[in-house]
Design a protein around this ligand. Structure first.
Ligand SMILES: Cc1ncc(COP(=O)(O)O)c(C=O)c1O
Length: 453
């Protein structure tokens, strides 16, 4: 039993699977305190494709980030304050956002529509009156008007200037503003671009000179940054600009370090812990500020993927199998979900996933397989980068084999689509021992309507 857990990388904190276990009969289970959720039973009961969200995982992960920042702030005698802002684009679903806010998260938005959701929640008093909202992204007139409206209503809202036209418009804004810097820093990540397109170059920010009500300097160097040193180097590089900009703008007192903390999706090797990154961020900030004799800036962090990815699993059923001649894998397993439409990063950025059997995890006879999605697109498949996925042989599972795909809580919901008019998975919320259906698979009629029928 212990070996099975080790084999499937279950119950390992460094792989974000510490809340998962394998039952005696070989089903994957999730443990929330005294409550247990059996993925196989849930898949049989609610059908597949299925997504299950575990808010307790979101809450634990965001708490760890907030507590660790506050711990090292105290440890190093750092004078600035820490604020966590959840970037709504990572997963804007209600069950995600409300779980985060309940744990003390603030919000980062990137569009007028995301801000509209904030407005609705704010007006219904679902937020603390002190919640901070950082507004990134290109500002349309609708977006700017909503920022102004919410500022007037008393929301602590900070627009971030990303382009010269915004700078002109926000000169009239009566409140704190931020500016986004393009650090032009190379990092180990899919999003490491030679030429960045967001924000101002360091020289341009200095040339802007005095910026009315400048409070915050923001950057985001990329997502899924594979080595922690890159996250810390970005802080050091940003501080070079911060120190220069502060000379002209004494009101500047906050550094927003954006997102980027990575998830060990593949579970082949350990990545890094929040503790090591946060400790080094605070230590370096402290040293730099002490050396240049400036006050310690407040810190805003927008790590999104790191908080929400491990809080959702996706479950598909294997419908049938087919032999593959002359390949690293021996068989196709055709599943009832779609990699292209339900897990679009598989297609978009060649995302690798950790895939395990949701039942029969004790099986000793495993097959090397590739997974074929249910849509008609030849790219709707998962080959683990031309390698293979190990799964139980179908003849050992009475034709009932389910697979669990880990860490699907970040970005997949917002990119998802409906190729072949496929319905999206049913989404369940598993919380305090209860199961709630928060989204049903769309009926043919509902899908037809979406496409004008
Ligand atoms: C401005 C900004 N902040 C935060 C994030 C979240 O990044 P991550 O999910 O890598 O933490 C993004 C992602 O694109 C972003 O553009």
């Amino acid at each position: 039993m212990r070996n099975r857990k080790k084999f499937w990388k279950i119950g390992r904190e460094e792989f974000c699977t510490e809340n998962f276990d394998i039952s005696r009969s070989g089903d994957i289970i999730v443990k929330e305190g005294n409550y247990q959720y059996n993925l196989y039973e849930l898949a049989k009961w609610y059908g597949t494709p299925l997504e299950i969200v575990f808010p307790f995982i979101i809450e634990k992960r965001v708490r760890r980030i907030i507590d660790t920042f506050n711990y090292y702030i105290k440890y190093f005698g750092y004078k600035g304050k820490f604020t966590y802002c959840y970037p709504m684009k990572v997963n804007p679903r209600k069950e995600f956002v409300l779980s985060l806010v309940s744990e003390g998260a603030n919000i980062e938005v990137a569009s007028a529509n995301e801000l509209w959701i904030v407005k609705r929640l704010w007006e219904k008093n679902r937020f603390s009156s002190k919640i901070k909202v950082v507004c990134n992204g290109p500002k349309t007139e609708q977006y700017l008007a909503l920022i102004a409206e919410l500022k007037k209503e008393g929301l602590n809202i900070i627009p971030i200037i990303e382009a010269p036209n915004e700078f002109e418009y926000l000169k009239k804004f009566k409140g704190d503003i931020g500016v986004r810097i393009n650090l032009n820093l190379r990092v180990k990540s899919h999003w490491d671009h030679k030429i960045g397109r967001f924000g101002f170059n360091p020289d341009e920010i200095i040339e802007l000179g005095k910026i009315k009500n400048l409070k915050l300097l923001h950057y985001h160097v990329g997502s899924q940054i594979e080595v922690w040193e890159d996250l810390v180097n970005a802080v050091k590089k940003a501080m070079e600009v911060f120190i220069k900009a502060k000379k002209e703008n004494p009101t500047l007192d906050t550094l927003d370090i954006g997102g980027g903390f990575a998830i060990p999706y593949e579970k082949r090797k350990k990545l890094y812990s929040p503790e090591v990154v946060i400790k080094n961020i605070i230590k370096n900030l402290s040293n730099i500020c002490n050396e240049y004799q400036i006050e310690h800036p407040n810190i805003i962090c927008e790590w999104g993927r790191a908080v929400v990815a491990p809080a959702q699993v996706t479950i598909f059923k294997v419908l049938s199998e087919k032999t593959i001649p002359n390949a690293t894998a021996k068989k196709w397993y055709i599943v009832d979900g779609s990699f292209i439409t339900n897990l679009p990063d598989t297609w978009g950025i060649k995302q690798r996933w950790h895939i395990v059997p949701a039942n029969n995890a004790n099986s000793k006879r495993l097959e090397k397989v590739w997974l074929a999605g249910i849509s008609c697109d030849a790219d709707d498949k998962y080959t683990s980068g031309g390698n293979y996925v190990l799964l139980p042989r179908l003849e050992d599972s009475n034709g009932e084999q389910y697979i669990a795909i880990f860490d699907t809580g970040a970005y997949q919901d917002s990119f998802a689509s409906h190729l072949c008019l496929l319905s999206s998975p049913t989404k369940l919320l598993a919380q305090n021992g209860d199961i709630k259906v928060v989204k049903k698979r769309e009926s043919s009629e509902e899908l037809g309507k979406m496409f004008g029928w």
